[in-house]
Design a protein around this ligand. Structure first.
Ligand code: SAH
Length: 451
């Protein structure tokens, strides 16, 4: 029986879905942060759970030839920083194998994916940064990431993922919070004012949005703070206050106030402009998002006479990019604000053949099944994959082609298992949207099998 503080020599055999090293002792999995597949290390058990145990490395016995010094060394000890110690080519290779394994094991599919599009920008790619804050005893404010498996914030001047322009703004914000006596929220006691700071930095435009997420409606000395911040960082185009009074891990609350500027920024995808508000879903890696959408649309091989459906359409990225090539494009999205953004995006880009409907994707297909004659249906669901009702109705509607864009190979493989009853996988490409994390994006072209 494995117990806390036991010491073992183990070999890295795999990674968890979050990119943590996995080793085994008599078949029992140990999750070991920072262990690379193939490495041998002496580890100490730190916690034993029912199905696995956590362990930490005491010393390496052999190191992988693929081990590198992380760009920011402390990231090895932080949550959400997987693969920073692994060379990028090996990360990409692992992600492709992860997708293939999901197809085989979860989907029961005999299909081998060969294409992965690595990211040209494996660092500093995130156009959206949300950092937790903490105040030290001397009143100094730090922002950064959590130490692995804890809620302890490690102060960092910059992270390896976030756009450097956001890190520069954050460096100015921290001392100004101290100067203006703005109190920092403490999640244990649910006291203090400022919970987090979110920064969006557009890739193609120079827009920068700062969102101050506060517990209460009032933030101490907020006017003086904003005036100081804009003087120090004239590159900031808008400042928004988001109020989240709940005791929750959810980052944003419902209520917002614009403190400076327009309260919105814009970015570009291809030749289209997209308005992005604090709450909008916008892919965090703009360059790779462009690649993703262009591959999805290219694989769909759209014709001028086509009518397409974009289910889970967000702010309308895929719908509008496809609309330029087809007769009619319909986007369905459940979040009201996202639908409003999508309509505004259609307007500013002067696209008249796109229609946006606020509905659950499944309910929409139930209501419109009879006249749902779509040539291509694009789906781009959240990590949990397609809803059951949607999947059933999609098989009944049976469009000639489906393009499934997925950010989770496990739920994709599960959904494909159902879809292959009527469809064959005609193309499959993966794409590294989130370098230096365990996540991987996929695009699948499904063609209706004609009897
Ligand atoms: N294709 C878009 C958005 C993808 S994110 C883009 O690339 O920007 C997935 C979207 O699905 C989110 O906007 C989310 O609000 C929406 N969504 C989640 N559940 C849904 C449902 N049941 N029906 C319709 N849309 C849903």
């Amino acid at each position: 029986m494995i117990k806390e503080n036991d010491i073992y020599n183990v070999i890295g055999v795999d990674y968890t879905s979050e990119g943590i090293g996995v080793a085994k002792v008599d078949g029992f999995p140990l999750f070991v942060n920072n262990l690379i597949i193939g490495e041998e290390a002496k580890v100490k058990i730190t916690k034993v759970m029912r199905k696995f145990a956590l362990a930490k490395i005491i010393s390496f016995i052999t190191m992988s030839p693929h081990r590198i010094t992380p760009l920011i060394p402390e990231t090895i000890h932080l949550s959400g920083c997987q693969f920073t110690q692994l060379d990028y080519a090996k990360e990409v290779e692992y992600k492709l194998s992860k997708v293939n394994r999901a197809l085989r094991v979860i989907g029961g599919l005999d299909y081998e994916v060969k294409v992965i599009h690595p990211a040209p920008n494996p660092y500093f790619y995130r156009n959206k940064t949300v950092l937790p804050l903490a105040m030290k005893k001397d009143g100094t404010v730090i922002s950064g990431m959590y130490r692995f498996n804890t809620h302890e914030i490690i102060g960092m001047d910059k992270t390896h993922l976030d756009d450097l322009r956001a890190s520069e703004v954050m460096q100015e914000i921290r001392p100004l919070l101290k100067k203006h006596n703005i109190s920092i929220y403490d999640e244990k006691s649910h006291t203090g004012t400022l919970r987090r700071v979110m920064i969006r930095a557009s890739y193609y435009t120079n827009d920068i949005m700062v969102v101050l997420i506060s517990k209460s409606k009032q933030i101490e000395n907020i006017d003086a703070f904003c005036a100081d911040l804009i003087t120090k960082c004239p590159q900031i185009t808008t400042i928004v206050q988001n109020i989240n009074p709940q005791r929750t891990n959810v980052i944003l609350g419902d209520e917002e106030k614009v403190l400076y500027g327009e309260g919105i920024i814009s970015d570009k995808i291809d030749d289209l402009t997209f308005l992005v508000s604090s709450k909008s879903f916008f892919q965090v890696n703009t360059l790779q998002a462009e690649k993703l959408y262009s591959r999805a649309i290219s694989l769909a091989n759209l014709k001028e006479s086509d009518t397409i459906l974009d289910a889970y359409s967000g702010i309308g990225t895929i719908t509008l990019l496809a609309a330029k090539k087809v007769k009619k494009a319909i986007g369905v999205e459940i979040v009201k604000e996202a639908v409003e953004d999508a309509k505004a995006n259609a307007k500013i880009n002067k696209i008249a053949n796109a229609e946006f409907i606020q509905d659950d994707a499944g309910d929409f297909l139930v209501k419109h099944k009879k006249n749902a004659l779509f040539d291509v249906v694009f789906v781009d669901p959240p990590r949990k994959g397609l809803g059951e009702v949607f999947l059933t109705k999609l098989l009944e509607v049976a469009p000639p082609k489906i393009i499934y864009v997925s950010c989770d190979p496990a739920t994709l493989a599960r959904d494909l298992k159902t879809l292959v009853k009527k469809y064959k996988i005609s193309a499959f490409e993966t794409l590294d949207m989130f370098p230096r994390t365990a996540h991987v994006e996929s695009i699948t072209l499904l063609s209706l099998i004609t009897p």
